[in-house]
Design a protein around this ligand. Sequence first.
Ligand SMILES: Cc1ncc(COP(=O)(O)O)c(C=O)c1O
Length: 388
Amino acid sequence: MKFAKRMDRFGEGVFSKLAEIKKRKLEAGEQVIDLSIGAPNIPPVERIRKILSEEAMKPENYIYAISDQKALLEAVSDWYQRRYGVTLDPETEVCSLLGSQEGLSHIAMTIVDDGDLVLVPDPCYPVFADGPVLAGAELYYMPQKKENGYLIQLKEIPEEIARRAKFMVVSYPNNPTAVMAPASFYEELVAFAKKYDMIVLHDNAYSELVFDGKSCGSFLQFPGAKEVGVEFNSLSKTYGLAGARIGFCVGNHEVVEKLKTLKSNMDYGMFLPIQKAAIEAITGDQSCVAETRAAYEHRRDVLCDGLNGIGWTMKKPEATMFVWAKIPEKFTNSEKFAMELVERTGVLVTPGSAFGPSGEGHVRMALVQDDEALHAAIQAIDESGILK
Ligand SMILES: Cc1ncc(COP(=O)(O)O)c(C=O)c1O
């Protein structure tokens, strides 16, 4: 059989190697504490699950949804107004996604042709790069370095690269580095995109997971943002709805319309009970959002305080559900460190190099385990002597 060259990109990566070790350890009855994948383990509150189950019992809800219900589009538009102070036309500026991952992977097909250039952060959430590559684009990596607070330095992007690029992907609060961007960054970003006639895709998956009493808004609240781009949002982490696959692409109407057209040729829309659950999530009592935020903040404190206490020094992240930590000094390679860590302790983390070349020297730990497992991870790391 002959397959497409584009599939070569998805060969045996570090994730499959880690999964293999995890499987082997579990089969041998050993402890494994998986902090590698950002799969949230906080379920949606009862009011959301109730709507989903009630709607799932209605026979009429099993037709193809085809498109977004008016009530869903309006709920999203109201949510953006209420939460971010951003006005959206529900008809033309909102599109639902089968998880924001789905939209992020497909949207490149509506913007680039073979050989076009796309700017992606480095390190970055993998689909930011995979989507454009699947669509035939070339990538230019915009480093997010520690010395710059892990922020993209727009001024350092060469003129000819900026002129060639068709779109750029930006995302703060950031996965994996867990930093936020100041307003001045977004103002500069809008001016940059206008100057070079470039579309901006901003991923705002973690806007509700901002800690220590701080908060953040939306890219679209900055003047001119809607002229240059769109924002992706997700109910996966905020409402614990990861498995239900609910996300949105909102903002510039031309970009949204093109994505809707592509999707109308690829899928038949979101299962109607899930549309209803999404409406319930964003229009109902929002105290669950604060509770989820507090849970992740607490886990952050447990993990960071614990690891700092045993001699693995790291800063507490200000947002997201990840800890981005430098690997201990005696190691020079993040993959080797992650492999040795899981072998010796059963603690699974993601090597920074999996997120791009600038991720080397770091690992990402996802706050997806409860206190007990986090304490067990800290103890196992301490007792293994790997930090000494
Ligand atoms: C930055 C970022 N964007 C998007 C996603 C995908 O979210 P969804 O579940 O909406 O597809 C994730 C998931 O971990 C993420 O970290």
